[in-house]
Ligand binder design. Structure first.
Ligand code: SF4
Length: 539
């Protein structure tokens, strides 16, 4: 596609508070596209992980932004959650001085057919297609007919292509035709199963193998297995080839770019009027009165980071950053002088930087892996938790890389500080935030103030999360059970003092906990179900 050096690409994924692999493909594809250098900025955001959807537009400086949902189909998330959280009101929305284009989800693009065929060929190399049945599998709940439709469309497209398979069928985990009966649904001696999912999460890596008979019970997550599964599996008298989720296919990065191109083409085809452009000025307006910002003029995040480092800034959350001299090497590995760069460590390891005592990394992407698990190997869905492991250092030569590494280690932290300083961070009370939840989280709007006070004190305490809260319970009531330093967010520093991690909105962990709490109370308060008294027998 044509380069867009003044635009940003925002990839939206679902993410998970439980499964470390859910966000991996979205971040991998972002890395791939970032390396191509087609966009000025490439960032990700997630519904269940950090950075949050509401933070992501703050993270880009570009005036034009393409938002691509890394989702398999249209549905609740792409039609309700993403537009609501990003403040999008149409195909193209003018918001906060940015022109934001909302593209179709990747799974709808015709290029997915190419990926499915490539994945099938890759998983069963050398097996003639005419001796293979191909099953494209989805969840299928009846809650989202669109996801079933996306799979049926792909099956029809593959059949039209005459790809040579003995048969191509759709099948589902929870609706007919059920995947558990895969051997009865197919006739060929070889069966290839490709999950039409974005990530190797709970469904495709842990649940489907049980339905197929590959495993007797759900295993650990893909990234926690020492050995990946090997094909083929000799089961029920057939040779079964099971692929990883289609969303993990590296070529999906091309489909993401295709979706941006398709958006532009459709826009050119539409009459060159501004009919499809809407404006969301509400999203620019702080919902609360009062000033929490010092209203500096807008500045790029990179320029703000540079200014902070030049003023001696060195601490962001648990991360320490410091300027160093880096020895350079030529292509043959010979010394080629030295230049300046930066070194990042856990702040408790800052004195060990450059001594050889820490494991050295030299690329920003390694920060992603460092931030993923704690020292005990547990997944860290909340990167703001004070559980960043120690023992590493990352040496980087450019400020852009420092920014990227910091975004992996403390997602959106730089953007929140800079935008708060500009006064461009809209503010919602927790009551407002929970009151506008939909779907299974709608019930959180029923939380009582006393419950919220205890919940926030428990969930957001510094021992669990280092972010400082800028939202109160409502316009009149703050947090009586939290220490003052947790809620009084210091103004973003003009000098080099540590930048705070700022919580601008309740995160998925808190919203999820609010749901559990309200549901437990509703259950406890529900009237007991009376046992019907049997009618006396007639004599
Ligand atoms: S809601 Fe609480 S736990 Fe979640 S990010 Fe904010 S401060 Fe941290």
């Amino acid at each position: 596609m044509q380069a867009k050096p003044h635009s940003a690409l925002v990839l939206i994924g679902h993410g998970s508070t439980l499964n470390p692999d859910s966000s991996t493909p979205t971040m991998d594809h972002a890395e791939t596209i970032r390396r191509l250098g087609l966009f000025q900025e490439v960032v990700c955001a997630f519904w269940k992980e950090e950075p949050a959807l509401r933070e992501v537009l703050r993270m880009v400086d570009s005036r034009e932004v393409y938002v691509v949902p890394n989702f398999i189909s249209e549905g609740y998330f792409t039609q309700q959650v993403i537009p609501r959280e990003l403040g999008l009101t149409g195909e193209t929305t003018q918001i906060g001085g940015k022109t934001v284009h909302y593209c179709d989800p990747v799974g709808l693009h015709a290029g997915m057919t190419r990926l499915l065929l490539a994945r099938a060929a890759e998983v069963a190399p050398g097996v003639p297609p005419e001796e293979c049945s191909l099953i494209i599998v989805g969840h299928g709940t009846g809650l989202n007919e669109n996801s079933t439709k996306a799979i049926k469309d792909q099956v029809a497209l593959i059949r039209q292509r005459n790809a040579g398979f003995a048969e191509v069928i759709d099948s589902y985990m929870e609706q007919e035709p059920l995947l558990a009966g895969w051997d009865r649904l197919t006739t060929a001696p070889n069966v290839i199963v490709v999950p039409f999912f974005i990530a190797d999460g709970l469904h495709s890596f842990q649940d489907i193998p049980v339905l197929l008979g590959i495993e007797s019970e759900p295993t650990a997550a893909a990234s926690q297995m020492e050995v990946f599964r090997h094909n083929p599996h000799e089961i029920r008298g057939r040779r079964l080839f099971y692929s990883s989720a289609i969303g993990t296919e590296p070529m999906l990065a091309d489909v993401i770019l295709d979706q941006v191109e398709a958006f532009d083409k459709a826009r050119q085809t539409a009459a060159a009027t501004d009919e499809n452009v809407t404006s969301n000025s509400l999203a620019d307006t702080p919902a609360l009165p009062g000033k929490l910002s010092i209203s500096q003029p807008p500045r790029s995040i990179l320029a703000s980071l540079q200014a902070w480092l030049e003023q001696g800034g060195s601490h962001l959350g648990e991360v320490a950053v410091r300027r160093v001299t880096i020895a350079a090497a030529d292509a043959t590995g010979q010394s080629a002088g030295s230049g300046s760069g930066w070194i990042l460590t856990h702040h408790s390891d800052a004195d060990l930087a450059g001594t050889g005592a820490l494991v050295r990394h030299t690329d920003a992407a390694s920060a992603r892996e460092i931030a993923r698990h704690d020292a005990a190997g547990e997944f860290r869905p909340l990167k703001s938790a004070p559980t960043l492991k120690r023992g590493w250092e990352i040496v980087l030569s450019s400020l852009a890389e420092v920014r990227l590494a910091l975004d992996y280690l403390n997602p959106a932290a730089l953007a929140n500080v800079v935008r708060l300083a500009e006064g461009s961070v809209p503010r919602l009370t927790l009551k407002q935030m929970l009151g506008r939840q939909t779907g299974m989280y709608r019930v959180t709007g029923l939380i009582r103030e006393s419950e919220a006070q205890e919940l926030v004190a428990e969930t957001c305490q510094d021992s669990k999360c280092l972010r400082k809260i800028i939202w109160p319970w409502d316009e009149n009531q703050g947090w009586s059970l939290l220490p003052p330093e947790k809620t009084i967010c210091p103004p973003p520093p003009r000098d080099g003092s540590p930048w705070p991690l700022i919580c601008t909105d309740a995160c998925p962990l808190l919203v999820g906990a609010a749901r559990e709490l309200v549901r437990a109370r509703q259950k406890a308060e529900a009237p007991p179900v009376s046992t019907p008294v049997p009618a006396p027998a007639l004599s």
